[in-house]
Design a protein around this ligand. Structure first.
Ligand code: ADP
Ligand code: AMP
Length: 217
């Protein structure tokens, strides 16, 4: 079993990398942002609640987020572990994850930290386009699709996330430094944090991540 916690600010490339690692390592990607967006699309009560926070770049309350992850981790596809993308984002969530995994006689094995400076995070968020069907992530300059606005993989239209407005992007980066960055020391103290240079090409970041994760085996 391998439980990987992908750390990094908004726009660091967690989703981009999780999608590649998922194939290579055969582990499911559990992206709390994607799960909230799925709830939003399905107009569930959870989705309606999450939206009030997501639209302004704030975090959805811990209790709600942890309950959603608990349910997700209990599904059969997580039997061999999981790639956690965007969770935990607070110390409370990290403690809750530790408890959840301990109940399954499991633990976090590694917390790779994809390090990207804030000015670059903003540029990445500003140019991000996502496939409306498969969720594949592009960037207008750094990782463009072959045909503008169309997904290379399934031909579906690309969209810009509603929370990728300038004001919300800035707030998300602030919230990251206030509430999530303290987790770097949390995992460093447990000797689980491995820093990866996230300002390299997508391929190089992927290779560094694979090597770091394989080294934990
Ligand atoms: P996160 O999930 O951490 O918020 P994403 O994976 O959505 O970040 O990536 C944010 C944006 O940055 C996307 O537009 C993506 O195409 C782009 N991106 C991701 N990794 C890199 C990289 N190594 N170099 C340049 N652009 C990248
Ligand atoms: P992301 O897709 O990771 O960029 O997340 C988009 C938004 O979903 C965030 O700005 C938060 O509002 C919400 N969100 C995602 N993951 C979490 C989490 N672990 N805790 C609280 N809110 C979250």
């Amino acid at each position: 079993m391998t439980y990987v916690v992908l750390m990094g600010g908004p726009g660091a490339g967690k989703g981009t990398q999780a999608k590649r690692l998922r194939k290579e390592l055969g582990l499911p990607q559990i992206a709390t942002g994607d799960l909230f967006r799925e709830n939003l699309r399905n107009e569930t009560e959870l989705g309606k609640l999450a939206r009030t926070y997501m639209d302004v770049g704030e975090l959805v309350p811990d209790e709600v987020t942890v309950a959603m992850v608990k349910e997700r981790l209990s599904r059969p596809d997580c039997a061999n572990g999981a790639l956690l993308d965007g969770f935990p984002r607070t110390i409370n969530q990290a403690d809750a994850l530790q408890t959840l995994l301990a109940e399954m006689c499991e633990k976090v094995h590694i917390a790779p930290y994809i390090h990207v400076n804030p000015d670059i995070l903003l540029k990445r968020l500003a140019g991000r386009w996502t496939c409306s069907d498969c969720g594949h992530v592009y960037h207008v300059l750094f990782n463009p699709p072959q045909q503008a606005g169309i997904c290379d993989i399934d031909g579906s239209p690309l969209y810009q996330r509603v929370d990728d407005t300038e004001a919300t992007q800035k707030r998300r980066i602030e919230v990251y430094f206030e509430q999530t960055a303290p987790l770097l020391d949390y995992y460093r103290d447990k000797e689980l944090l491995v820093e990866i240079n996230g300002e390299q090409s997508i391929e190089q970041v992927h290779e560094d991540l694979v090597q770091a994760i394989r080294n934990t085996d």
